[in-house]
Design a protein around this ligand. Structure first.
Ligand SMILES: NC(=O)c1ccc[n+]([C@@H]2O[C@H](COP(=O)([O-])OP(=O)(O)OC[C@H]3O[C@@H](n4cnc5c(N)ncnc54)[C@H](OP(=O)(O)O)[C@@H]3O)[C@@H](O)[C@H]2O)c1
Length: 303
């Protein structure tokens, strides 16, 4: 999702830049020698590292071994090979789940490694911390401009709509769309609906990433978010409005809620000159149009 968004942005705003893109089918980043060959052959000037094994709470809790080992290997292989081939600039993508479970809200950059992580996605978070630290160490040891961005929850065109393993917005959007098609009177939400979460439209993130690559001295890692959050129930209602679903929501309070509030402090990235431009309502409308287009073309992603 993020990689495709960066490509769309570069093609429309910076057509003079030659993009080098590889899908997983052409380059498995877990394979160190393949990665090394790729960098030696292509020798890019700059890298935006948007590959990862990504998933929701259930996927993270079920496959911690894969989430840790695949993500660490992809990151280390890529950072090491990039440096060996002379890449000047490397932007690693982490996530705000790198911050400790009980870090003060809103989450700010200095909270990294200040106390234990949330256990459900600890493996993924550890892998992201390794990638972030590798970039910081390369910068310190070799004076290479390797740095990281920590996006909040993302959504937008090209998201993954797997019925169990997807993130909050694609998961809800799919279920609410299906409830509308099947004329179901209610949709059940896990938990009390009160937890508050922050969401960023993926094209806003792409702009932030390209912007960060233009900074002469970016921070080692920086949050990319909106600083605004919404409750899960309010979010579900907004999605229902977008989809045109007229039914009700039932809350299954026997299911866990997770942390009551998760919001980033984006003041550092705002101070560099970037701000999000797409409001949630508009972002959801664009995302739903993309969802319907992909269903029509038979290309909806559900892996
Ligand atoms: N989505 C979010 O809410 C969110 C929030 C914060 C941070 N992020 C971060 O943003 C980045 C991009 O996430 P995304 O949402 O764009 O996820 P995505 O759509 O799943 O993109 C990740 C890409 O990495 C590829 N990949 C996975 N394993 C690979 C391997 N071994 N070799 C080569 N490619 C591999 C995937 O290919 P396949 O599709 O073939 O598996 C996919 O194309 C990730 O670093 C993620 O941690 C995402």
């Amino acid at each position: 999702m993020v990689g495709a968004s960066v490509c769309r942005l570069m093609q429309s705003q910076h057509p003079e830049v030659e993009l080098v893109v590889r899908s997983r089918q052409l380059l498995d980043l877990r394979d160190a020698s393949e990665v090394d060959r790729f960098f030696q052959e292509t020798k890019p000037d700059a890298v935006i590292f948007a590959a990862a094994k990504v998933g929701g709470i259930l996927a993270n809790a079920t496959f911690p071994v894969e989430f840790l080992s695949e993500n660490v290997r992809m990151a280390i292989n890529s950072i090491e090979s990039a440096h060996r081939s002379g890449v000047q600039r490397f932007l690693f993508l982490g996530s705000t789940c790198i911050y400790p479970k009980h870090a003060p809200q809103p989450l700010c950059e200095p909270s990294l490694l200040s106390s234990p992580l949330e256990s459900t996605n600890e493996a993924y978070a550890l892998a992201k911390i390794v990638g972030l630290k590798m970039c910081q160490y390369y910068r310190r040891q070799f004076d290479a401009l390797y740095h990281s961005a920590m996006p909040t929850n993302l959504y937008g065109p090209g998201d993954n709509y797997h019925p169990e393993h997807s993130h909050v917005i694609p998961g809800l959007l799919r279920r609410i769309h299906e409830a509308k098609i099947q004329n179901s009177p209610t949709v059940t939400l896990w938990g009390t609906g009160t937890p508050r979460r922050e969401f960023l439209y993926v094209d806003d993130l792409a702009k932030a990433l390209v912007h960060l690559l233009t900074l002469e001295s970016p921070p080692d890692w920086i949050n990319v978010g909106t600083g605004q959050e919404i409750s899960i129930l309010e979010l579900a209602k907004q999605i229902a409005q977008t989809v045109g679903y007229l039914g009700d929501f039932e809350l299954d309070a026997s299911k866990p809620d997770g942390t009551p509030l998760k919001r980033t402090d984006p003041s550092l990235v705002f101070s560099t000159g970037w701000k999000p431009q797409i409001e949630l309502k508009e972002g959801l409308a664009r995302t739903y149009r993309d969802f319907l287009n992909r269903i029509e073309r038979g290309t909806l992603r559900s892996n």
